[in-house]
Write a new protein. Structure first.
Length: 159
């Protein structure tokens, strides 16, 4: 979702080619040592969605990184698991600085995914004070009873 110079990218999971690479809870069916790799893959998918929405990642910085982990053990929530995701953000969005990070425990996530990543991105101002976010125009909102029936998705899936 875009609003001015901000882009909120929500609900990204560790999937590749349309399939979850990791499934289940961390500490049960997903090894604790795989938590960082799952978060990195979900972060990569979130960045791909951001790029698909605006057309590029130049001049964009990550303000907030939110990570949900469905963990059966406290070891699955260590901040060290974010190292690869933060390194990926720094490489993909150079000069953006370090984002605020929120690492949250979750009792369970949709579709059996062990982790979910959300990003709050912000475009730096372009020339003449215009926002650097252009890309596709937002979809018009439905009104009336069609809006009540329309399903809402948390984010586009990457291929």
């Amino acid at each position: 979702m875009r609003a001015g110079t901000r882009l909120f990218v929500a609900g990204h999971d560790p999937e590749r080619d349309g399939r979850l690479v990791y499934r289940g809870r961390v500490g049960q069916s997903v090894a604790v040592r795989d938590t960082g790799a799952a978060l990195r893959l979900a972060t990569q998918n979130a960045l791909a969605s951001a790029r698909d929405t605006v057309g590029w990642l130049d001049g964009i910085r990550c303000v907030v990184l939110v990570c949900f982990v469905s963990s059966a053990t406290a070891d699955g929530l260590g901040p060290a698991h974010l190292r690869d995701s933060l390194a990926l953000l720094a490489a993909a969005l150079p000069g953006g600085g370090r984002p605020a990070v929120w690492l949250r425990s979750a009792q369970g996530l949709a579709g059996g995914m062990p982790v979910e990543v959300e990003l709050l991105l912000e475009a730096r101002r372009g020339r003449a004070g215009r926002p650097a976010l252009r890309g596709r125009a937002p979809r018009p909102r439905r009104r009336g009873s069609a809006a009540a029936r329309a399903p809402r998705r948390s984010g586009a899936r990457t291929r």
